[in-house]
Design a protein around this ligand. Structure first.
Ligand code: FES
Ligand code: FE
Length: 336
């Protein structure tokens, strides 16, 4: 059984597509060791364990579209079936139990996504929208993967927290002399939460141009969110898809797509460097938060009107029943 059946049945980001070469790549997802590898048929994901003697398949190699175990050379096809055991004559049958555990994987928005619990229904997978990725009027860059020693819900909530910009990112994104956040609301739309446009005195991308930007936050999934910042004075839009790989209860890796409809001549490196600076500013704060798991009981911490996006996020996680990296309402002890 997986640590969190809700997160295990949702697509989770595990790597950028461009990071996976012909070399098998080990990843930890919800405390489960998995291995990603590429064949001529596409992306494949197995449990990172050989059934023979438990060696990590990620130490092996891909040959003839098979994953070859590094220990005794057993070869597994992409459907998980072992098709070669070099120690026995080819005429001898391969035990039926000689199989690797296969997980569902797909590629979308330049990322590899994995579902540990297979979708039983035939219904077409509905993936959340990030239209900027394929919109030619935007240029998108991939931020460097960044690991936090913190729970995934804490990391996602930090991204959704509009109030910290003026302090944690003062001089990069925000200004502490303009910390007030106008009241706004959050709405459920079809399959996600969307905030009103929030006017924030901010710098979109670290160029030093402070003005009023209109922020819209969307909570797309337990481990995915997006942000759009619009400058109505010049029509510039900055958007971001922020996704988090929940590795361990208190260890998570962020993959983020940063999109802009302006400054196409500015080298992409500028935007990846800027995003790196921002996420490093967040790291010390998020890793300092107690309790380490996000409290879903709304009585557990103090909430203000500007925290409405966080309130929606906590409420949704509670409704979905996410427990990994979150702290569900503690039951009152009953004494007789
Ligand atoms: Fe994999 Fe023996 S442990 S082939
Ligand atoms: Fe931040």
């Amino acid at each position: 059984m997986f640590k969190d059946p809700v997160l295990a049945s949702n697509w989770q980001p595990v790597a950028y597509s461009h990071e996976l070469t012909e070399k098998p790549m080990p990843v930890v997802l919800l405390e489960e060791r998995i291995v990603l590898f590429r064949t001529s048929k596409g992306i494949n994901v197995f449990k990172d364990l050989c059934i023979h003697r438990g060696a990590a398949l990620s130490l092996g190699k891909v040959e003839n579209d098979c994953l070859v175990c590094p220990y005794h050379g057993w070869e597994y096809e992409t459907d998980g079936k072992c098709v070669k055991i070099p120690q026995q004559p080819a005429s001898r049958a391969i035990p039926l139990k000689a199989k690797a555990v296969v997980y569902q994987a797909t590629e979308k928005y330049g990322l590899i996504w994995v579902k540990l619990i297979k979708d039983q229904s035939d219904s077409k997978d509905t993936f959340f929208e990030y239209a900027e990725f394929s919109d030619p009027s935007f240029k998108t860059v991939f931020a460097n993967p960044h690991t936090f020693n913190a729970a995934a819900p804490r990391v996602v909530e930090n991204f959704l927290d509009v109030s910290h910009l003026a302090f944690v990112h003062e001089g990069s994104l925000g200004d502490s002399n303009h910390a007030e956040i106008p009241d706004y609301k959050v709405h459920w739309k079809e399959n996600r939460y969307v905030s009103d446009e929030i006017p924030v005195y901010a710098d979109a991308d670290g160029t030093g141009n402070y003005t009023t930007l209109h922020y819209t936050f969307e909570i797309l999934a337990p481990t995915a969110a997006r942000l759009k910042k619009v400058n109505y004075e010049n029509g510039e839009i900055f958007a971001m898809l922020f996704t988090v790989l929940p590795q361990e209860e208190r260890k998570s890796t962020v993959f983020a797509l940063v999109s802009r409809n302006y400054a196409f001549d500015t080298p992409d490196q500028y935007f990846t460097d800027f995003q790196q600076l921002i996420i490093e500013q967040d790291t010390a704060i998020v890793e300092s938060q107690k309790p380490e798991e996000l409290p879903l009981d709304l009585q557990a911490e103090l909430h203000l009107i500007p925290d409405r996006v966080s309130i929606a996020y906590r409420t949704w996680l509670g409704k979905l029943g996410v427990t990994f990296g979150s702290e569900v309402k503690k039951k009152k002890e009953v004494t007789y």
